[in-house]
Ligand binder design. Structure first.
Ligand code: HEC
Length: 132
């Protein structure tokens, strides 16, 4: 369905005379916005998170948990706070503290500059939701 919506948008943008002139085309349909955010999330994950995390249930070689099904272990709000600063959350949240202490090599997740941007966090979380 997403592919269909974006193809339609591309088709519309390439048509000199808009097919649906009465529609406000400056605001793309919601589904297309979601897809863009999902793609951005995937890109962020590939560029940043995948250095340490697998897209499976398997722990990575540095002992970071695989992020498949992570939304079943934590809710969105928790992940959003964690991504903003794992270190800060570990000071107030027992689950975060336990995670930070569980790494077999004593590694902890760093506070990431890209995750200081709320839209980036939201995009990554959208992507994490697809890892079921
Ligand atoms: C430098 C390595 C590193 C990077 C990069 C990294 N993480 Fe982590 N992450 C960890 C480690 C290690 C843990 C385990 C907890 C700890 O030790 O702090 C963790 C834990 C997590 C958890 C909790 C997992 C669970 O099973 O409870 C989530 C969610 C998470 N990371 C998401 C992300 C996302 C999303 C990104 C990219 C934006 C990311 N991490 C980037 C190392 C990293």
């Amino acid at each position: 369905m997403y592919v269909y919506a974006s193809s339609l948008l591309i088709a519309l943008s390439q048509t000199a005379t808009p097919l649906f002139a009465e529609e406000n085309t400056s605001e793309p349909p919601l589904k297309v916005v979601e897809e863009t955010s999902l793609e951005r999330g995937k890109e962020l994950f590939t560029n940043i998170c995948s250095h340490c995390h697998n897209i499976s249930y398997e722990y990575s070689t540095i002992g970071a948990s695989g992020l498949q099904g992570v939304l079943e272990r934590h809710d969105e709000t928790w992940i959003n706070t964690w991504l903003t600063s794992p270190e800060a959350l570990a000071k107030t949240d027992v689950a975060a503290q336990n995670l930070a202490e569980s790494n077999p090599f004593g590694l902890t997740m760093p506070t990431l500059p890209a995750m200081q941007d709320e839209n980036n966090r939201r995009a990554v979380i959208e992507y994490l939701k697809t890892l079921k």
